[in-house]
Design a protein around this ligand. Sequence first.
Ligand code: UD1
Length: 414
Amino acid sequence: MIIIDGPARLSGEIPVQGAKNSTLPLLAAALLCKGQTVLYNCPDLSDVDTAVKILEHLGCSCSRTDDRLIIDSAPTRCDVPPDLMREMRSSIVFLGAILSRCGEAKMCFPGGCELGPRPIDLHLSALAKLGAEIREEGGCLVARAPGGIHGAYISLSFPSVGATENVMLAACCSEGTTVIANAAREPEIADLARYLNRCGGRIYGAGESCIIIDGVQELYGAEHRVMPDRIAAVTYMAAAAVTGGSITLTGVDNAHIMPMLSPFEESGCVVRPLGGALNLMAPQRLRAVKHIRTMPYPGFPTDAQPVVMSMAAVGEGTSIFVENIFENRYKHAAELARMGASIKLEGKVAVVEGVEALHGAPVTAWDLRGGAALVVAGLAAQGRTEITGTWHIRRGYENITGRLADLGARIREG
Ligand code: UD1
């Protein structure tokens, strides 16, 4: 449980963790490389622990000292145990990596946040184009590449982040050239390509919608610094915003934060990028965040929608959200309503009428970012908020209670 006694006014400096959504594909990529990979700025999260357990199960050795994770990759098997697959959806990125390194892979369908149907059809059809034969056996996926992985032209019908990563991982060591059209452009894709290229890969255009991969024979482990977590950054910005606070985030990449700035500006915050840092000063009372439509990068990220909804809940006026990426991503709305928020849902649209103040309540985190939204709301609310289901939050936020307490919040684990 996380217990928050609000309201608080956050102030001070906060270092931003390495990106969860970059670390997970990087760990899958480490599997492709002979020898040692050293990842710096590696966040201490339960999802990262799960990915490490997958690597260890496959026969790799992993050791961590502070934010440095060393992976020695020498896989001896090619299956992922069902409990590790169920723990997080992004374990599906191991499919492309295992298939490429071992020639076959076996794993169950992935779990993770319950955000509505999260199919993997794009992953599977793309891997099939690269030469994989995939069949379902007793609820598990069994993939083989009898003739090896070969280059192919892949046009994604939606720029799926996970499918783009899986193709990059499968095709990096292959015969011939692979082209991914309508690839996801998220910064985490570019981070993955930077690492793979450092290991000897030849990937061009990552971060743009057409990625070209010239297959190479072998990859060798390298050192890499994980990019900053843009979603953790926006979460702490929202926390400062709802508390009328003033904070400086350090270790951020402001270019990645730009697509998320509009709700802060609309609501009256002053945001100043300062090299690798960002300063946010919030007014005493926020205004509405107006209109948020979630879109693939460089649009407004779906992962930032819940924490910005907590801002809208206390912002003066009406805000409208349209969630275009996941079907079931408003579970936090009902929990925010328990705290006094006024939110009406209609399919993918949420209409939020900002109230003057929220009040503390017992609430439940149903997913990772929805849980973070409850933490943000709890900081603004009058009285005590008790959040259960916090294992979801620990999947993606390193020491969130400690970081917020350092900024002046009365928050603890109970
Ligand atoms: C990644 C992120 C997640 C983020 C999401 C969207 C990681 C570990 N996770 O998830 O935090 O919320 O991007 O930015 O990086 N889809 C299909 N078929 C597929 C694959 C996806 O229909 O085969 C659909 C999904 O149902 C969803 C949409 O495409 O509606 C986006 O999914 P995708 O971009 O693949 O997200 P993830 O990679 O799962």
